[in-house]
Write a protein that binds this ligand. Sequence first.
Ligand SMILES: Cc1ncc(COP(=O)(O)O)c(C=O)c1O
Length: 392
Amino acid sequence: MTKNLSERSIQLQPSAFAKFFAEAVELQRSGEDVIHLHVGEPDAATPKHIVEAAKIAMEEGFTHYTPPGGLFELREAISKKLKNDNDIDNDPSNEICVLSGGYNALYCAFQALIDPGDEVLIPEPCLPQYWGDVTLAGGVVAPVRLMENQQFKPDLNDLKRQVNKKTKMVLLNSPQNPTGSILTKDDMNSIAQIVESNDLFVISDEVYEKFLYGDFTHTSFASIPGMKERTLTINSFSKTYAMTGWRVGYAAGNSELIGKIRALSEHTGWSPNSIAQKAAIAALKGSQKCVREMVEEFRKRRSIITEGLNNIDGFSCTAPKGAFYAFPNTEKINSSSMELAQIILRKAKVAVVPGIAFGPQGEGKIRFSFANSKENIKEALERISQTLKDII
Ligand SMILES: Cc1ncc(COP(=O)(O)O)c(C=O)c1O
């Protein structure tokens, strides 16, 4: 019954990903041995020293509201991190806002920046929440196609062509979910020229910044000369420190925008979890060895999954440069990505995400997360290979 629902909520549909997730969980509950290669979260436990900091916070009674925008000590630690790792200067007093995860930061950012009818250029396939957030803010997504034969990087001519009077901003996500592509400093410089000459704004989602393979280094868009004032950097503790359940992320940008995001955060939960903020401080101030070790493990899994997928008939996969997803092309198999993902789930008992969940450009591809043990990845590849032999 939709009588009491707002038009806005009626338009909102559960994502294809959420439906898939529910089916995988249901299968598991019915006793099936499902291998989960669909989840976008590190399988490692949150490092001990981070958990310890949370325990101390609880025992000391640090269990109350904190100010919206987050603890000053955490904002200070984030400011230092942004300076050291990302070459960006953000004043902890008014240019950083801590939120309940990157998703919360993205939602508030679009609410703060988008007026009805504004267009947002988004390289696609992409995180489905970008579409939902832009739409909820009354904006319109202008997809910029990411092509496999262009290493899943936005085509600059396409980007330029799509700019019109309504274009307000560009969303950048490097390393990218789901394609694993990255933007180099040169790519960023070229995009910066388009941004500057068209007076655009940029949201730079950098939650996978530490997950890089090969000789690549991460460049933050805000560190490109002239771009700091035009950029909102979004980051999170979720992926880097295996803290997806703790829900701590942040936005860094000019003080006017950060002030509005902070005000919006009062309406989407008031403040992030107090205990999780103490844990986040420990994450930034403690040794970063745990991050390096996790990424090293992911590097090994990346080789296994890329090689394994290329050995499956009908699949071809280029090694991702960043994040922790393989995004093989499955166009040779005569099924839509949704049908294929369903076959893989129901017959091979491996949960993956159909490419279409990330937008039309994701069709003909499947996203595999390699945030699972090497043994499980090998077993999953074997099961899929056997299952597909029967249908190709
Ligand atoms: C590209 C990207 N941005 C942001 C997020 C949000 O992460 P969180 O809300 O856990 O910080 C995700 C989560 O999967 C993601 O893939």
